[in-house]
Design a protein around this ligand. Structure first.
Ligand SMILES: C[S@@+](CC[C@H](N)C(=O)[O-])C[C@H]1O[C@@H](n2cnc3c(N)ncnc32)[C@H](O)[C@@H]1O
Length: 280
């Protein structure tokens, strides 16, 4: 399939799925390839035939929705953000939790792909902050809409390319090299719970001290879906909760119930005084 044909197709189809074409522009190859496979699977001659097929087959939209997910991730993605989490955000949350007599930090990784992001947090805690805050346990809820990725996450075995940004010492201590894969030792997996969940269906039960919603809602979703997500998210966040977006993402302009903590790294804090619709 020619790239120009795929671009044309995506520009037609994405708004109908309430997704934003600009979010997909640079990373479209992965989605174009999946659509090409689907056309072959259906034994259709070309993308125009697939368009016709979609117009006559309501159930195919659900299939296409599943094909239209960008699933790129890696351990320690945007190192400096994880450094901020380790040096500032997590210690502050842990200190506040201890001051309130809490014994755990609840974290939600939304759109966790194959587990790279929540396991990075688990490693960061184990190798850094656990010694400083031994009384605090980390509970990480990691969700994704894609059941195949979640199975890979539970298996916790990765190609070297996925983990290579991690400090060498962490790789040596936390992974076993098995048949060309690097498999995370079970002790680093136990605090991560994986669940299938579509962020368009609301937000899991909180309260969450920290939410990572990186490279998903604020890149790929249209504005009304972003607003709906934020409304639900506020309700599920701890009063002192922190929201982390991807480094190229920002919350939409206007009052949304969050104040910016770091514009550079896309870090926000829940606003206690917010009285927006449905915010409670
Ligand atoms: C680009 S990856 C980002 C992974 C990770 N957060 C990171 O920044 O490295 C986006 C992830 O969101 C998932 N996703 C896409 N649409 C979703 C939806 N509606 N609900 C939940 N997860 C979704 C995809 O399956 C994919 O794993």
């Amino acid at each position: 399939m020619k790239d120009a044909d795929c671009v044309d197709f995506l520009q037609w189809v994405l708004p109908q799925l309430h997704l934003r074409w600009p979010g997909f522009r640079k990373v479209r190859r992965q989605v174009c390839k999946r659509i090409e496979h689907r056309i072959q699977e259906l034994q259709l001659p070309d993308i125009q035939a697939y368009r016709d097929y979609l117009q006559n087959t309501q159930e195919e939209w659900r299939v296409l929705d599943g094909l239209s997910r960008v699933t790129i991730s890696r351990f320690y993605r945007d190192k400096r953000v994880f450094a901020m989490l380790e040096q500032e955000v997590l210690p502050q949350l842990a200190e506040q939790a201890i001051a309130c007599g809490e014994t755990s930090l609840r974290i939600w990784s939304a759109g966790c792909a194959s587990g790279e992001e929540p396991y990075t947090l688990s490693l960061l805690w184990a190798f850094g902050l656990h010694m400083r805050f031994p009384e605090i346990k980390l509970h990480i809820l990691a969700t994704d809409a894609d059941p195949y990725l979640l199975q890979r996450a539970r298996d916790a075995c990765y190609a070297y390319g996925s983990i290579k940004n991690l400090p060498d010492q962490w790789i040596k201590s936390a992974f076993s090299h098995i048949n060309s894969n690097y498999c995370l030792h079970r002790q680093f997996c136990t605090q991560v719970e994986f669940q299938q969940h579509d962020v368009r269906d609301g937000v899991p039960d909180g309260p969450f001290h920290l939410v990572l919603c990186r490279n998903l809602v604020f890149t790929y979703f249209e504005a009304p879906l972003q607003q709906a997500f934020l409304t639900h998210l506020r309700e599920a966040m701890h009063p002192q909760g922190v929201l982390l977006l991807g480094v190229h993402e920002r919350l939409p302009e206007g009052e949304n119930g969050f104040s910016i903590r770091s514009a550079r790294w896309g870090i926000y804090e829940k606003l206690l005084s917010f009285q927006g619709s449905g915010s409670g």
